[in-house]
Design a protein around this ligand. Structure first.
Ligand code: ARG
Length: 457
C-alpha cells in the first residue's frame, strides 16, 4: 500500500506499479537514503520546524530500519515504488504519526538527487582505491622485470625495441589520467541538493549549509531546478569509467595476444585462466577477454543515459529513474575489473627470453641504422631510403642485418663502416635518452616517480 495516493481513489494497476517501481534496483541506495533523512531530521529540529523529541524518534526509527535492512529482515515490497517510499512507510509503521513529519521541506526529487550524489562520492573513492591497487600491481611487475626487452609495435608490426617496463608504465600513465578525471568529476558531484524541494526550493527556513556539513559536502547547489533535473555528475562518472575501461580493455587485448602461442610473452597464473571443456591443452585468458567485453556494456550505459537526458524539459522527469541500473552496473563492473586485473597482472610471469628474442627479429634496428647514417652526415630522408633498400636486399636473401658483410653495407652507402656492428638492441634502447623515452636510465627514473605517486596515496 503506497501512502501517497492522496488525490487518487484507487491504487495503481498492478502492471503499472511494477512498471514504474525502482525498488528492485534502487534498494542499493538505502544507506545514503537513511544518512540523508537523518541529517534532514536533525536540520528540521535545529530550525524549530519539528520538535527535538520528534527528530529523535525519527532518527532512532531510521537507525532500526537500517539494522532491519542489514540483517535481511526488511520486506522490500515493490508496491512501495522506490527506496525512499519503502523506508518512509516503514518509518511511519514503526514510530507512528511523527514519521509523517520527515518529509517536511523535502521532495523525493531532491532526496533522490542527494542519494545519487552520496552514492557517486563513495563510488569515486572506491574507484580511486581500485585504480591505485592496480597501478601498484603494474609497477611491481615492471620492477620485477626491469631489464626485460620486448618489441615495440605500431600497426601491430614490430617497430623498435622497448623495455617491457616502459610499455607497462604507459598503462600507468593512462591510469594516472583516469585518477585525475575521477578526482575532477568529484568536485562537481560534491554539491548538496537538499532544499531544492520538488523544483522551486522549499517554503521553510531550512539550513542548507548545515545539511552540507552534516553530509560531508563542500558546496550547496545554486539553482533548485538544476539541482533536481540534472544527472551530469552520473554521466561524468560513466564517461570517466568508460575511458578507464577502454584503457583496461587495451591491456586486456595485449594480454590475450601475449599469452597466445604465437607471441608467448607471458604465462598467466592458473588462478587467472580457464580451461576448455573440450580441448584439454587450453589455457584461456578469459579474464582479459571478459574485461574487453564488459567495456562495451559500460559504454552502453553512458550512451543510454546521455540519450535519456537529451530531450527532458526542466525539471525532474520520471525518465531520470532510468539512470540507476546502468550506473550501478558501471560502478560494479569497473571496480571488479580493476580488482581482478590487479590480481592477474600481479601473478603473471613474463617470459623475458621470448620477449628479448622477439625484440631481436624483423629489422627492428632499421631506424638505428638510419640514425647512424645521419650522425655521419646523411640527411634523414636519404638515410631512410638507403636503409629501406638495405632491408629489402637483406630480406630477399633471408639475412638479418648481422648476417650482412660490411661490403654489402657499403654497396648502399659509403658512410657505413665497421662500427655499424655496434648497433644492438641495447644501443638502440640507450640512445632513446629523452624525457619519456625507453632508455634504461630514463625508465628507472620513471619507475621511481611512479612509485612515489602510489606510495603517496
Ligand atoms: N524513484 C525515483 C527516481 O529514481 C525517485 C524520485 C521520484 N520522484 C517523483 N516525483 N516521482 O528518480
Amino acid at each position: 500500500m503506497s501512502h501517497i495516493r492522496g488525490r487518487f481513489s484507487k491504487p495503481a494497476d498492478k502492471v503499472v506499479a511494477q512498471y514504474t517501481a525502482s525498488l528492485p534496483f534502487d534498494h542499493r541506495l538505502y544507506r545514503q537514503d537513511i544518512v540523508g533523512s537523518t541529517a534532514h531530521a536533525r536540520m528540521l529540529a535545529k530550525q524549530g520546524i519539528i520538535a527535538d523529541e520528534e527528530a529523535t524518534k525519527i532518527i532512532d526509527g531510521l537507525k532500526s530500519i537500517q539494522q532491519e535492512i542489514e540483517q535481511g529482515k526488511f520486506k522490500f515490497e515493490a508496491e512501495l515504488e522506490d527506496i525512499h517510499m519503502a523506508i518512509e512507510s516503514r518509518l511511519i509503521e514503526k514510530v507512528g504519526e511523527v514519521g509523517r513529519k520527515l518529509h517536511t521541506a523535502r521532495s523525493r526529487n531532491d532526496q533522490v538527487a542527494l542519494d545519487m550524489r552520496l552514492f557517486t562520492k563513495e563510488a569515486i573513492a572506491d574507484t580511486l582505491n581500485g585504480i591505485r591497487e592496480f597501478q601498484r600491481a603494474l609497477l611491481d611487475l615492471a620492477e620485477a622485470n626491469k631489464d626485460a626487452v620486448m618489441p615495440g609495435y605500431t600497426h601491430l608490426q614490430v617497430a623498435q625495441p622497448v623495455l617491457l617496463a616502459h610499455h607497462l608504465l604507459a598503462y600507468f600513465e593512462m591510469l594516472q589520467r583516469d585518477v585525475e578525471r575521477f578526482n575532477d568529476c568529484l568536485k562537481r558531484v560534491d554539491v548538496m541538493p537538499l532544499g531544492s524541494g520538488a523544483l522551486a526550493g522549499v517554503a521553510y527556513d531550512v539550513d542548507r549549509e548545515f545539511l552540507a556539513r552534516e553530509l560531508g559536502f563542500s558546496n550547496v547547489s545554486q539553482n533548485s531546478l538544476d539541482a533536481v533535473a540534472d544527472r551530469d555528475f552520473v554521466l561524468e562518472y560513466e564517461a570517466a569509467a568508460s575511458i578507464c575501461m577502454m584503457h583496461l580493455s587495451r591491456l586486456a587485448e595485449e594480454i590475450v595476444l601475449w599469452s597466445s602461442a604465437e607471441f608467448d610473452f607471458i604465462e598467466l597464473d592458473e588462478a587467472y585462466a580457464t580451461g576448455s571443456s573440450i580441448m584439454p591443452q587450453k589455457k584461456n585468458p578469459d579474464v582479459a577477454e571478459l574485461a574487453r567485453g564488459k567495456t562495451g556494456r559500460v559504454y552502453g550505459s553512458l550512451m543510454a543515459l546521455l540519450t535519456t537526458m537529451k530531450g527532458l524539459p526542466l525539471a525532474y522527469n520520471r525518465d531520470m529513474q532510468e539512470d540507476k541500473q546502468g550506473f550501478f552496473d558501471t560502478v560494479d563492473t569497473l571496480l571488479s575489473t580493476l580488482e581482478v586485473f590487479a590480481g592477474m597482472v600481479g601473478t603473471l610471469k613474463v617470459k623475458a627470453e621470448n620477449t628479448a628474442r622477439a625484440a631481436g627479429r624483423g629489422y627492428m634496428l632499421a631506424t638505428d641504422l638510419a640514425d647512424y647514417l645521419v650522425k655521419k652526415g646523411e640527411a634523414f630522408r636519404t638515410a631512410h631510403d638507403i636503409v629501406g633498400r638495405l632491408v629489402s636486399y637483406a630480406a630477399e636473401r633471408g639475412k638479418s642485418f648481422a648476417e650482412l658483410s660490411i661490403n654489402e653495407y657499403k654497396k648502399f652507402s659509403p658512410l657505413f663502416g665497421d662500427d655499424v656492428r655496434k648497433i644492438s638492441v641495447e644501443s638502440s634502447l640507450a640512445a632513446r635518452d629523452v624525457v619519456g623515452g625507453t632508455a634504461p636510465k630514463r625508465v628507472k627514473q620513471a619507475l621511481a616517480e611512479a612509485r612515489k605517486i602510489v606510495v603517496g596515496g
